[in-house]
Write a new protein. Structure first.
Length: 267
């Protein structure tokens, strides 16, 4: 995976959101800078997470599969700055929607969401032209905490916190989604109950394609783990490219990396 001499240059940008500028960047080939990107990346809620976790993955997707992308830092993360945990889930959705309005020019696009970003992706689906979804170690939340700051959400009684997903408001989104869906799980995830992936898969009954992909040896911080294991990262890029491709042509799926794949088509 020697890419150092062939890196694409990200195009930084700033989007005004209330009293803050959201910092992001686009990664596109030089001859396509006038076209909207194909994929929006949404990072998770951990205070250490920001868009840079996707840097190598996005380079792979563009160089090997021609998939351009956009990523940004939610408020409280990365170069956007601000105090971590002060945004609500509702405000995170609003930030993502503003990013979509600014970057995608009403064109269909795919979303790769990690952790909280997966929930945000599902909240964006009813509002915009989302073609495909890749939900990585997805965290789901109930409506009762939607207007609660993230800091308060994560400071709630820890043993009860995982139960919020059972009352989530995004099951209906999955039930109606007709694009391709990949749910990527970590074999050693101690934070996200495995039932979430199973339920998301079962709810995606009308999806054009759906799959659960388990990454062996990884904890909840799956992207960081993949960044340290080139074969895993390459296989993950293959999963994303296969999901986010708008082409109808299907090649045999040989993701490698020891990935365990359950897949099917909607009814």
């Amino acid at each position: 995976m020697a890419m150092a001499d062939n890196l694409f240059q990200p195009e930084p940008f700033f989007i005004e959101f209330e009293q803050v500028y959201l910092h992001g960047d686009m990664l596109r080939p030089p001859d396509k800078v006038d076209y909207p990107p194909a994929v929006l990346f949404l990072h998770g809620a951990d205070r250490s997470e920001d868009r840079t976790v996707f840097n190598v993955l996005r380079q792979l997707l563009l160089s090997q599969y021609g998939l351009s992308s956009c990523a940004f830092d939610f408020i409280g993360h990365g170069s956007t700055g601000g105090k971590w945990g002060c945004s609500t889930l509702q405000e995170c959705t609003a930030q993502a929607l503003d990013m979509v309005d600014a970057c995608f020019d009403c064109q269909p696009f795919s979303i790769v969401g990690v952790g909280m970003g997966a929930y945000t992706a599902l909240k964006v689906v009813p509002e915009d032209s989302v073609s495909n979804l890749v939900l990585i170690t997805p965290a789901l939340y109930s409506p009762e905490v939607y207007e609660t700051t993230l800091c308060e959400v994560f400071n709630q009684d820890a043993p009860d916190a995982p139960k919020h997903w059972k009352q989530t408001d995004v099951w209906e989104v999955m039930q109606g989604f007709q694009g391709k869906v990949s749910i990527v799980t970590a074999s050693q995830d101690q934070m996200i109950p495995p039932e979430i992936a199973t339920r998301l898969y079962s709810q995606a009954g009308v999806a054009r394609e759906r799959r659960i992909v388990e990454v062996p040896g990884s904890s909840h911080a799956l992207i960081a783990f993949a960044n340290r294991h080139p074969a895993i990262l390459s296989s993950l890029a293959g999963v994303i490219a296969d999901t986010c491709s708008l082409s109808e042509a299907q090649e045999p799926r040989l993701f490698g990396g020891g990935f365990l794949v359950q897949e099917g088509q909607g009814s």
